[in-house]
Design a protein around this ligand. Structure first.
Ligand SMILES: *Cc1c(COP(=O)(O)O)cnc(C)c1O
Length: 397
């Protein structure tokens, strides 16, 4: 049995209260056994196939390809359609995997944090499927801007616990979930929704999301007979990005690009781009990584139009890939993401999540010599319609 990584270069670790250490050790042990257990893997595969709809499609986006191609340069853009999964995003891959694991561990109560609501919906769905109790922590600002997902979670039988602290967004919801876990650790499994948190979570979430890249690599080889020049994904905590990157990390000619939220602009300080801005690393929610912080080391508030990217931290493996020079991180503003949202909707008949729209802006508008791009379409944008309509005047639609 190979061990689960605790560190990615200097990043990662387990910066948690001592009371949580036995739970992290128990989780790691359960994962090391489950990931090699044919019983677990078969059940997971069956649910991902028949319940979640995997494998997700690889789609050649004809009109987006035309849009980026000129007379002297043709580029083809493929989309990995995680938006077609049950519940509408990649989050379901991880939620089902962890809920099944929790069931094996004898835990009956699930807690989760959510920003955009997609992870909350995915967790509530997995709990309904497996007959488990579910409590979802969500900031009050996110409850306001992602209302349909709140209603979905409640219909699915989950309790949505509003968090007023701080900015009422993902960071605050995560802190509250950790507090609940410390209190109820015997009965409860905490399904972290991104490749963040103390070890073993960043590795566990990556392992459950790498199905995105494993499928996409085989699909593009079959379609094009070659690997893409670039793989592009948006980065909140970094789970869809690490899920698609992992299959290509060993292919040095494939450029890996993570797109963070530049919010109002990197200079404004109102953004969610800790990997892009750089600076010192720090500790947030149990691990060391690139974080947004002030001179005293206090975590500062992130800002993004997209709730799923509105987070001041980042997955530790991304910070390491950045330092190694293996992946590159860039940031896209709210305004540019909104433009890409409408462009993709009009040109392809696909309404992308606002999170994904950040990746699309980079893929569509940044000059590049790439002839073959693979974009992770992490989720669908139905949840974002109210938000988009509020921001765009009728004339901009
Ligand atoms: C949650 C979410 C994200 C951001 O989370 P990652 O862990 O960085 O993938 C991106 N896209 C969608 C559709 C999401 O729901």
């Amino acid at each position: 049995m190979t061990a689960v990584e605790h560190r990615f270069g200097p990043y990662g670790g387990q910066y948690v209260p001592e009371t949580l250490m036995p739970a992290l050790a128990e989780l790691e042990q359960a994962w090391v056994v489950a990931r090699d257990d044919p019983g677990y893997l078969e059940e997971l595969q069956e649910l991902l196939r028949d319940f979640a709809g995997r494998p997700s499609r690889l789609y050649r986006a004809r009109r987006l390809s035309e849009y980026v191609s000129g007379p002297a340069h043709a580029r083809t853009i493929y989309l990995k359609r995680e938006d077609l999964n049950h519940t509408g995003s990649h989050k379901v891959n991880n939620a089902i995997g962890q809920a099944l694991l929790a069931q094996r561990m004898g835990k009956r109560r699930i807690i989760a944090e959510t920003g955009a609501g997609q992870h909350g919906v995915a967790s509530a769905t997995a709990c309904a499927l497996l007959g488990m109790e579910c409590v979802v922590f969500m900031g009050t600002e996110d409850i306001r801007r992602q209302r349909p997902n709140v209603e979905r979670m409640q219909l699915l039988g989950a309790r949505v616990h509003p968090v007023e602290a701080g900015s009422g967004t993902l960071k605050d919801a995560t802190s509250e979930a950790i507090r609940d876990w410390v209190t109820n650790v015997e009965s409860t499994h905490y399904i972290i929704g991104s490749a963040v948190g103390p070890a073993p979570y960043p590795s566990l979430v990556r392992d459950l999301q790498r199905v995105i890249g494993d499928e996409a690599r085989a699909q593009i080889l079959e379609r094009e007979g070659r690997l893409p020049d670039r793989v592009i994904a948006c980065v909140g905590g970094g789970s869809n990005a690490i899920g698609i990157f992992t299959a290509f990390v060993g292919d040095p000619d494939v450029e890996l690009i993570g797109v963070e939220a530049a919010g109002d602009g990197l200079d404004s300080g109102r953004h969610g781009a800790p990997l892009t801005v750089g600076g010192q690393s720090g500790v947030l929610h149990g691990s060391m990584s690139a974080v947004m912080q002030d001179a005293e080391g206090q975590i500062t508030e992130a800002h993004s139009i997209s709730a799923g990217l509105d987070y001041p931290g980042s997955g530790p493996e991304h910070a390491h890939l950045r330092d190694l020079g293996r992946a590159r991180y860039v940031a896209v503003t709210d305004v540019d993401a909104l433009r890409a949202f409408t462009t993709v909707t009009k040109l392809e008949g696909i309404i992308p999540a606002l999170e994904t729209a950040h990746a699309f802006h980079f893929a569509l508008e940044e000059p590049s010599t790439s002839t073959l791009d693979l974009v992770c379409l992490s989720g669908r944008g139905d949840k974002d319609l109210a938000q988009v309509l509020e921001r765009l005047g009728a004339e901009e639609l």
